[in-house]
Design a binder for this molecule. Structure first.
Ligand SMILES: *Cc1c(COP(=O)(O)O)cnc(C)c1O
Length: 537
């Protein structure tokens, strides 16, 4: 049995066996690769067979198990492939993989520095670096890595609850709390409200502009209505980069609105402002980029997009807390999410009595476990994030994001140039493009606005929704055969003004390996798919 574990003391022979086992597994993964953007071949997922699994009497060898594990990856998209453009899933960098692996071997637990030692310093350093990046004072800010972007929103809302309802931690959450967030914000707002005991129905969804940013007039009206009814605002959530379209809220104005509300209503608490920047945070590297000089030589369209994003992303410091996903636009493996609070004193609101955790914290000086939701927190997310911050620096992230935006801009330019395609997020400034394709004879100059605003276009909208679903099906089947570009579809890019869902095709570009040929390939695939549908009908 001992051979199955890394040797606790230096043992060159056994260390070689350990490392070689990993290399052998990676070699087998390599056998699954081809020109196709998938590992192996996709197979039908046979849950009935999977559910027959029984624990065997006898175990297997390291080699056999490694072989089995590699097989479990079959059918996975290769996120780093330039023809994989499905969603906001990045390919992890090499140092971030090493950063994930080392804690898997040595098992630090960030509940306390008793059990994580230097890794607790890593969390402090990563927190300080990102604080500086987004414009927080690193000497005042606090950060904890948590279980996903959803976790960061949960922490933000929990702070908001403790501010709006002091001692809710002890007494429970009274009725009457509301969270205000845009209709395009991530659906985890509902998990958070449900799980924290606020109730899903107490999330007020505020309409957005066509650019997918929150409508401030409607936000203000909803906030005042809630306060007029005697309710308490737990959190105003600003989405800094929506998932489907990279819409960015005007956080500056939201923070100003909060300040006005505190004054106008003489509130005895300050409603919490949380920035859900799990996607948009990385654009902070452009806060101090000289767009006039443009030393990295981005094209004019790219410069415009990056500068437009900066206008709002550079206001991140106005939020009381910020959610940051390295496993989205920070190129690490899952899960690597950082919850940042501008004022570390806020974390005191979450502290439970130490006397309730007698077996922990007998020594050491830093014990995030007294205020984190989690007890055990692994080190992989922290070390992977730290790895990429060191690897990229500001310039590296600028190069990476700038290139991805440049390729997304090239795609938007192509799609705008064809008379059968139209870009839905046409003011989009990120790396995601949502678009619609139309059959022959549709005037794409006018159809988009008509579908969006005119109830008389309902029939037409549905017909074109179906058309785009069919086209997606065709592209998807091709992608599964390993041909063409693998994109995705959203069933409701946004609701039309008359309340119908608008289907959109979505390309999310995150592979550093993408270049213009891949963009042109996607455009050709789309035109081929149109042709195939025309031929079939
Ligand atoms: C992905 C996403 C989330 C949820 O993050 P997870 O890491 O998947 O839990 C929250 N907000 C936004 C805007 C997102 O895009």
């Amino acid at each position: 049995m001992r051979d199955n574990f890394p040797a606790p003391v230096s043992d060159r022979k056994h260390d070689a066996y350990f490392v070689f086992s990993i290399l052998r597994a990676l070699d087998r993964v390599d056998d699954l690769k081809s020109e196709v953007p998938l590992l192996g071949r996709p197979r039908a997922l046979d849950y009935a067979a999977a559910e027959q699994a029984e624990l065997a009497e006898e175990g297997r060898s390291v080699e056999e198990v490694a072989h089995l594990l590699v097989g479990q990856l079959e059918g996975m998209p290769i996120w780093g492939h330039p023809r994989t453009q499905i969603n906001v899933v990045p390919p992890p960098s090499i140092p971030s993989v090493i950063g994930s692996l080392l804690p898997a071997i040595y098992n630090p637990n960030l509940v306390s520095d008793d059990t994580s030692y230097g890794l607790m310093l890593t969390e402090a350093s990563a927190t300080a670096m990102v604080s500086g990046l987004v414009g927080y004072d690193p000497a005042r800010a606090a950060g904890v890595f948590t279980f996903g972007g959803t976790g960061t929103v949960l922490y933000g809302a929990k702070l908001g609850i403790e501010k709006a309802f002091p001692d809710a931690m002890d007494n429970g959450v009274p009725a009457g709390g509301v969270i205000l967030a845009s209709a395009q914000s991530h659906y985890c707002r509902l998990n958070v409200a449900g799980w924290l005991g606020l109730g899903e129905k107490n999330v007020v969804e505020i309409p957005t502009h066509p650019q997918n940013d929150i409508r401030l007039d409607r936000l203000e009206a909803a906030a005042r209505e809630a306060l007029d009814q005697g309710r308490r605002i737990v959190a105003l959530v600003a989405t800094m980069g929506t998932t489907d379209a990279f819409g960015v809220d005007d956080l500056d104005a939201i923070a100003d609105l909060r300040d006005r509300l505190v004054e106008d209503y003489r509130l005895d608490y300050t409603p919490h402002v949380h920035a859900d920047a799990v996607i948009g945070w990385a654009w902070s590297v452009f806060n101090d980029y000289d767009f006039e000089e443009n030393p990295l030589g981005f094209r004019p369209r790219t410069v415009r997009a990056l500068a437009a994003a900066r206008r709002r992303i550079s206001k991140l410091h106005r939020a009381d807390s910020i959610g940051i996903d390295f496993h989205k636009t920070g190129f690490t493996p899952y899960v690597s999410s950082l919850f940042l609070a501008r004022d570390r004193a806020d974390m005191q609101l979450l502290v439970r009595g130490r006397e309730q955790m007698p077996y922990l914290f007998q020594s050491g000086e830093r014990h995030p476990g007294v205020f984190t939701l989690e007890t055990s927190r692994g080190g992989s997310g922290v070390l992977a994030a730290y790895a990429n911050l060191q690897l990229f620096g500001r310039v590296g992230l600028r190069v990476l994001l700038g290139h991805l935006v440049e390729m997304a801009e090239a795609l938007r330019e192509h799609l705008e140039g064809h008379d059968s395609t139209t870009v839905l997020n046409d003011d989009g400034v990120g790396t995601v493009t949502v678009f619609r394709v139309y059959p022959d004879g549709v005037d794409t100059w006018t159809v988009k606005d008509r579908e969006r605003t005119d109830p008389a276009a309902r029939e037409e909208l549905h017909r074109h929704n179906d058309y785009n679903r069919r086209l997606f099906r065709y592209l998807y089947d091709r992608a599964m055969r390993g041909e063409g570009v693998h994109i995705s579809m959203t069933d409701c890019y946004r609701e039309t003004d008359y309340g119908e869902p608008m289907v959109g095709l979505k390309s999310f570009i995150l592979s550093p390996f993408i270049d213009e040929r891949d963009v042109e390939q996607l455009v050709r695939d789309i035109l081929d798919a149109r042709q195939a549908i025309r031929d079939a009908s």
